[in-house]
Write a protein that binds this ligand. Structure first.
Ligand SMILES: *Cc1c(COP(=O)(O)O)cnc(C)c1O
Length: 382
């Protein structure tokens, strides 16, 4: 929600910048915690989506855990005040330094993606006289039907362990005395808007749990990852994701064993809608089929359109015109993919107009770069 008061503030600030709306974040957290508490589910926030301090603190204050994919993220989570015993650590390429750091901090669980990784964790834990708690990240071979760059649960993806190698893996880890298997972990992709896909994941996990049961293994927890999508087209009418429907799928279709805990790792669905990238029109250039609205933000500030062909809703916050024309909304970077929208039907736009690129709270600021020696942009929370 962008209010007239916000627009007055925007006019006083140097563009481009990120604006995080804490009211929207708190509303999102209200629904998230109400719906997950209904079933006693455990939520970990995926830090990689957004690491703004005020955003992290608001999330931490809800007793939510952290999901980290690097040693520095583990460190950031601890500095913010997330409890160590509520931190999970995933990633296909954990370095020895990162593993040692997480071992020293006694995190809740390493989500392991290969047997060689488990051997290294075992060896490093042994040197510290510790037993590391691990979950196996399993590749369930489920198609998340999202952009192929953010699909992670197919056999062709680099993530996780495939079921056809599982017998060998569990045989091998029996001899590793400094790791303890406590969980099974899944994460099939991101920006999943069709809840049926989570139902398929549940049914597949039920089969996988049955396989483990046959092999006399019942783990303490199941972690189903994240991936719940948000509405990039209608941020105002669909501001808060459907957490109710999402958790209902797991409650209905996932067969947990008695005493088994269910964990989630949500990133995008928590923070996407609270963030907007605010930019200004530098020039309007006439094109052949469409005009170009050249704005002062670029792919260095928000990479998603260039990286995943993602679309964000774009609004002209200051134009008085009601007449529409076609525009490509583009940034200043020397790449043709530096384009936020193609042939967009948009109110007549002029130099100096303030533009909002909506739903930019997740995978926005965290992916910024200094390509073209661009300056890192500011972010404001109000
Ligand atoms: C990125 C990631 C998440 C969060 O995904 P969202 O789509 O942002 O909810 C969760 N778990 C793992 C392992 C991840 O890599």
């Amino acid at each position: 929600m962008i209010t007239p008061q916000h627009i007055e503030q925007y006019k006083k600030l140097k563009t481009p910048f990120y604006h995080y709306n804490l009211d929207v974040l708190e509303q999102t957290l209200d629904l998230l915690t109400a719906e997950s508490n209904r079933y006693g589910y455990h939520i970990h926030y995926a830090l990689k989506a957004n690491v703004n301090d005020a955003v992290l603190t608001a999330i931490k204050n809800r007793q939510i855990g952290a999901d980290c994919v690097s040693g520095n993220e583990v460190n950031k989570a601890l500095e913010t005040g997330f409890a160590a015993n509520n931190i999970v650590f995933a990633g296909v390429g954990k370095t020895d330094d990162e593993i040692n750091f997480a071992l020293d901090k006694d995190i809740f669980c390493f989500n392991c993606e290969s047997l060689p990784e488990m051997e290294v964790i075992n060896e490093l834990a042994e040197k510290k006289n510790k037993v590391a708690h691990i979950a196996l990240r399993i590749n369930p071979n489920i198609n998340a039907k999202t952009h192929h760059y953010i699909t992670t649960g197919l056999e062709e993806n680099k993530f996780g362990i495939n079921m056809w190698e599982m017998a060998d893996v569990i045989h091998a880890i029996k001899s590793l005395s400094h790791i303890k298997l406590v969980g099974l972990h899944f994460h099939i992709g991101s920006q999943i808007t069709d809840l049926e896909i989570f139902r398929s994941l549940c049914l597949r996990i039920n089969e996988i749990q049955e396989w483990f049961y046959q092999h006399h293994i019942i783990v303490e927890h199941i972690n189903v990852g994240g991936g719940l999508g948000v509405d990039y087209e209608n941020p105002d009418s669909n501001l808060i994701p459907d957490f109710k429907g999402y958790f209902e799928q797991f409650h209905q279709f996932l067969a947990l064993r008695p005493q088994q805990h269910l964990h989630f790792e949500l990133g995008r669905s928590i923070v996407a809608q609270c963030g907007n990238l605010i930019t200004k029109v530098l020039y309007v250039k006439k094109g052949v089929n469409t005009n170009f609205a050249i704005v002062d933000a670029g792919m260095t500030d928000l990479l998603r359109p260039a990286l995943y062909q993602a679309t964000h809703k774009i609004e002209n916050l200051t134009t008085k015109s009601t007449e529409l024309e076609r525009y490509d909304v583009v940034g200043p970077i020397c790449e043709s993919s530096d384009c936020f929208a193609k042939s967009l039907l948009f109110p007549v736009t002029q130099r100096g107009d303030i533009i909002a690129i909506r739903t930019a709270g997740a995978y926005g600021e965290v992916m910024a770069s200094n390509y073209n020696l661009r300056t890192t942009i500011a972010s404001y929370v109000f």
